[in-house]
Design a protein around this ligand. Structure first.
Ligand code: SF4
Length: 80
């Protein structure tokens, strides 16, 4: 699958809470998707893995790569 194809559609950003130690890189890169609590841990809107739209996919990939605890994973959502 090409990068262009992958940019289409939505993905879910999975946070492994057993790894995350609240350094806040993800919420800096994805402020529209993740908030941050007083300790730097990411906050999602409904306590579920947040949905990432196509326009945020590149930033979400950066967050996955830059998370110092390897706590993030981006899963493409299937249609239908
Ligand atoms: S970048 Fe990784 S370790 Fe830091 S707050 Fe986000 S998920 Fe947690």
């Amino acid at each position: 699958m090409s990068c262009a194809e992958q940019e289409q559609g939505e993905s879910r950003l999975h946070i492994d809470w057993t790894r995350c130690d609240g350094r806040g890189v993800c919420s800096e890169l994805l402020p529209e998707v993740l908030g941050r609590d007083d300790w730097g841990y990411p906050l999602t809107h409904d306590h579920r893995d947040p949905v990432v739209g196509p326009n945020r996919t590149a930033a979400a990939r950066d967050a996955v790569e830059l998370c110092p605890r390897l706590a993030l994973r981006l899963d493409r959502m299937r249609r239908g």
